[in-house]
Design a protein around this ligand. Structure first.
Ligand code: SF4
Length: 420
């Protein structure tokens, strides 16, 4: 889905102002083999953008390579595969870049896009006084994407783009695409202002890249040192990676110590947590593999004599309103109407996410039609916010605080960390 969204944005900026029709989007979805839910997500994300998120002056999908001497040249390749020159250190593709500057306008500071300067030869240059804006698109919930202050992908991209264009200042950003207009996420300072990288910050990013490249090059390819992190999300080596296989292996080999007493020690807790966090994804992956195996090879025997296999099962779908009333009517004679309503509400709980999905289901197709007729989009916010407000006023939507245990990014500058 991410690759398809990148392709759509790249095409949109080259033909800026012309909205892609459904046929063109379907071609992109076909090229990236998106079916079912993934295809629906792609259409939803593109429609939600409501137009091209890159200004007409911007560039997209620029493959760049950092050389030993600190200079940056354009590279051939993409998606992790590049023809690296012998003196190449690291290569990557910049999703988008453009120049912008802050201007004082009507009593407030505003950001305006300025065009690149194009010399007779060589890369584009920045308009004096402007800075480079370097976003990286992330689609969906982006839970595996480190937030901007921890995100070395956007820092590296900003360094490559800044060295290529000679920009003294660069602003890296995550462009989160999840069904509405792009949500920009940047590192913020303690005053809430976006952190713009200056020469010193860019130099320290380059030093860190050189340190990592040297460490990678020093590895024994047969026995590399591996380090788990968000970078593992799409690693093709995960199934055989010693770090990832270690957790399930440890579970299999773990022998309970009956002499151990008292609550968990700090050390035990530290060792247990990665195992506990690995259980659910490992279980999902194991069940998917077992289902495929059982479908192809037949039932799998369980030591207690039963077999595990897929079989048809009946599920009922209910009309919510009629069922709610029927449940209240059935329970009221026994527990009174008030209690019956309470119990029925518990049985029909919904969530804010489900309501946003319902609004999307209604509005996305309408917006698609309106785009063809050059009519203004209906924003989902314009429907959701008054509805939520009305529900809160009527006491039909109440807020409660719960304690949720999950992995979070540490707080920066007092900001709450995004979950991951
Ligand atoms: S899965 Fe293993 S090899 Fe792949 S990035 Fe993570 S630690 Fe490295």
């Amino acid at each position: 889905v991410g690759s398809a969204v990148h392709e759509q944005i790249d095409g949109a900026v080259r033909e800026w102002g012309r909205a892609a029709d459904r046929g063109e989007l379907a071609d992109i979805a076909d090229r990236w083999e998106l079916w079912g839910e993934a295809r629906g997500d792609f259409f939803r994300y593109v429609r939600g953008l409501g137009g091209c998120p890159v200004p007409p002056e911007g560039l997209t999908e620029v493959a760049l390579c950092l050389l030993e001497d600190g200079s940056v040249v354009q590279a051939n390749g993409g998606k992790g595969q590049y023809d690296m020159p012998p003196d190449g250190l690291i290569a990557g593709t910049i999703d988008a870049l453009w120049c912008e500057r802050t201007v004082w306008c009507g009593g407030a500071y505003e950001t305006e896009v300025v065009p690149f300067l194009w010399p007779d030869a060589g890369p584009p240059r920045l308009f004096p006084g402007s800075r480079l804006f370097v976003p990286d698109w992330k689609t969906g919930e982006a839970v595996t994407t480190p937030p901007a202050p921890f995100n070395w992908q956007i820092k590296g991209a900003a360094l490559l783009a800044a060295r290529w264009t000679g920009a003294p200042l660069a602003l890296p950003a995550l462009g989160l695409i999840d069904g509405g207009p792009v949500r920009w996420e940047m590192e913020l300072d303690r005053h809430g202002a976006a952190v713009v990288l200056d020469e010193g910050a860019l130099a320290s990013i380059e030093a860190e890249i050189r340190r990592v490249v040297a460490r990678v090059r020093a590895q024994d390819p047969e026995h590399p040192e591996v380090e788990m992190g968000p970078h593992c999300a799409y690693c093709p080596a995960k199934a055989a990676c010693p770090a990832h296989v270690a957790a399930p292996r440890a579970m299999i080999e773990a022998i309970p110590d009956p002499k151990a007493v008292g609550p968990l020690t700090r050390d035990e807790a530290r060792r247990l947590l990665p195992l506990a966090l690995a259980v659910e994804p490992a279980r999902q992956a194991a069940l998917a593999a077992l289902k495929r195996h059982a479908d192809a090879e037949g039932p799998i025997e369980i030591p207690d004599g039963r077999v595990w296999e897929g079989a048809e099962a009946t599920r009922w779908d209910f009309d919510v309103k009629a069922t709610f009333d029927a449940l209240v009517d059935a329970l009221s004679p026994f527990v009174g109407e008030e209690r019956a309503l309470e119990i029925a509400h518990d049985a029909f709980k919904t969530s804010k996410e489900a309501l946003w999905d319902a609004i999307s289901a209604a509005i996305d197709p309408l917006n698609e039609q309106r785009a063809k007729e050059n009519l203004k989009r209906i924003t989902k916010k314009s429907i959701a916010e008054p509805m939520f407000e009305g529900l809160v006023k009527a006491g039909a939507m109440t807020e409660r605080t719960i304690i949720e245990y999950e992995a979070r990014w540490p707080k920066t500058n007092g900001e709450e960390g995004r979950n991951g």
